[in-house]
Design a binder for this molecule. Structure first.
Ligand code: GLN
Length: 559
């Protein structure tokens, strides 16, 4: 029976490292998991990474970015948690749908299999069938990547009801199926201000709770404001059943890119290779040096480049704000660092430009303006005003998805003179629907089939020779990731082109506008993409369009 195929004796040498969070969420478990994966990859291992989220949601596409953070999109179109972006960026690999699962996805597969009689008349139970489906997915991800190390991050914190079945899957993998399974607990050590001392008790409790699930951590990563000292390492060792040297200090750092390097310096790489009994290459080999060079570049730039991001998903404070547009920020950073600049990113709410139109002039102090992806009507007119300001004042402008659609609307309104130009998403009654719904989306919207049904994932595009886009990519054919329901209305393309806008990237059949731009002779940089280039920007290979944008910003530098 397919679902039961997991062998119960050791037949392979793959190592499975589960990363589990203790005490509180938000301590950088995802970055810790990515960093562990990275240092093992640097030591010559073929590594893949999975994230398990406890939600019932089938994907992250239906979650609000202000609550859950950015929705990351994979090549295969799967809408997932932003941690998947961290894995792709740290490991410089492309992941797929199988590398991400939620409670909802796992239950749905089990129920589908039950309906298909795949359980051969057996009573299907929460345990073992749900954990077994989790294990099957982990193994499929391993096979797809031909990995010899699989890093699996279990979302949530130890002690939560929601992730218990995932811990059970990990336990079963180790005990029942005799796999080489190891546990890293990323814990948090508070330093209460009134006491002024780093406290280990919450970690002790977290480990005991984990023990109750039949799991003993092999390594504890001690996240805190500062480094953990000897006496506290001893305490954790004593009460958490772990040798002192298996407690790894992980103080707050300025740059997340330093974390793999700090882990190596703390001896984590050697320790993991030893604990999991695996022959690994040396620390700080050739590929680690490339990472070190990149991490070093994030500290040194003296000159700044000032970029304003105009969005709306940041009304719950700074912390959420940066998470909503995580990949965009990362993409800007990689290009800025590669160009030896410190990126200074300012968040502006487009709603403010609507409330106080005079505020638009404040945009003059930025070297560049970016409007990222988005949905719905709030703040739209403010975004259009900002785009108009950038166009008229020769400020480099980069529009991503919605930012491209609104750029075309702005051009239609103010250059073509179609005053009521709009996108159907905002005003279906407009006579000039410059951006219209894609044909295959009509039924989906009508029948409210809205989850996972946009035009999602990687699609190819062909670039126009000598355009700004083609010069940036230095290529004719590209592939980029998408997430949209609306598109440039072809009925207006000719008029827009006559008025000077260039569609420099189109789908191979020419039907879909993928990139709109003004030529260099007319504007220093005025370009929008229907796709999301930010999802493919990597620390060690910055995205060509972001680099072209940041270059233009540097050139236009006003300070
Ligand atoms: N709301 C627009 C659409 O669905 C743009 C989407 C986006 O920016 N990701 O087409």
């Amino acid at each position: 029976m397919k679902t039961q195929k997991t062998p119960d004796k050791k037949t392979e040498t793959c190592k499975y490292i589960f990363v589990i969070g203790g005490v509180i969420s938000g301590v950088g478990k995802g970055v810790a998991a990515s960093s562990i994966a990275r240092i093992l990859q640097d030591r010559g291992k073929t590594v893949t990474a999975l994230k398990i989220d406890p939600y019932i949601n089938i994907d992250a596409g239906t979650m609000n970015p202000t609550e859950h953070g950015e929705v990351f999109v994979l090549d295969d179109g799967y809408e997932c948690d932003q941690d998947m972006g961290n894995y792709e960026r740290f490991l410089n690999i492309n992941l797929s749908k199988i590398n991400y699962m939620t409670t909802g996805v796992v239950y749905q597969s089990v129920i589908d299999k039950e309906r298909n009689l795949e359980y051969a008349g057996k009573c299907v139970e929460v345990v073992p069938h749900i954990p077994m489906e989790v294990i099957r997915r982990i193994e499929t991800a391993r096979d797809n990547a031909k990995a010899n190390v699989v890093v699996i991050e279990i979302g949530g914190t130890v002690g939560e009801y929601q992730n218990m079945l995932f811990l059970e899957a990990a336990r079963m993998m180790k005990i029942k199926y005799n796999r080489d399974v190891f546990f890293v607990m990323v814990s948090y050590l508070p330093i209460p201000s009134k006491i002024g001392e780093m406290k280990t008790k919450p970690t002790q409790y977290a480990v005991r709770t984990l023990n109750a699930s039949g799991i003993q951590p092999d390594i504890i990563i001690a996240r805190s404001k500062q480094s953990i000292d000897g006496p506290r390492k001893e305490k954790i060792s004593m009460f958490c059943n772990i040798p002192t040297d298996r407690v790894i200090s992980a103080p707050d750092v300025e740059s997340i890119y330093d974390i793999p390097i700090n882990f190596e310096k703390e001896g984590l790489g050697d320790m993991i290779c030893d604990v999991v009994d695996m022959t690994c290459g040396p620390a700080f080999g050739k590929s680690a040096k490339e990472w070190q060079k990149f991490a070093g570049s994030t500290h040194s730039p003296k000159e700044e480049v000032h970029i304003a991001i105009i969005g709306k998903y940041f009304n719950t404070g700074d912390f959420t704000l940066s998470d909503s547009y995580l990949s965009v920020i990362e993409a800007i950073k990689y290009s800025a660092y590669a160009l030896h600049r410190k990126p200074v990113i300012t968040w502006l709410s487009s709603v403010d430009f609507e409330k106080d139109p005079k505020k638009i002039k404040s945009l003059s102090k930025y070297d560049g303006i970016l409007v990222p992806g988005g949905f719905g009507s709030r703040g739209i007119e403010g975004k259009i005003k900002a785009i108009e300001y950038a166009r008229k004042n020769n400020i480099p402008y980069f529009g991503l998805c919605y930012g491209m659609q609104l750029m075309v609307v702005e051009y239609a309104r103010n250059v073509l003179g179609l005053k009521d130009a709009n996108t159907r998403e905002i005003n279906p009654k407009s006579k000039n629907l410059i951006i219209d719904v894609m044909e295959d989306q009509k039924d989906k919207i009508k029948n409210k089939k809205l989850g996972g049904t946009m035009r999602l994932g990687a699609y190819p595009a062909t670039l126009l020779k000598d355009s700004v886009a083609a010069n940036a990519y230095r290529a004719k054919n590209i592939s980029e990731r998408h997430r949209h329901r609306y598109e440039v209305n072809n009925a207006y393309r000719e008029d827009l082109e006559k008025a000077g806008l260039v569609f420099s990237g189109v789908s191979p059949d020419g039907h879909l506008a993928e990139i709109a731009e003004l030529p260099n002779s007319k504007h220093p940089f005025f370009l929008g993409t229907q796709f999301h280039p930010e999802f493919k920007a990597r620390p060690l290979s910055p995205h060509p369009l972001f680099s072209a944008f940041v270059k233009a910003c540097i050139k236009s530098n006003k300070k």
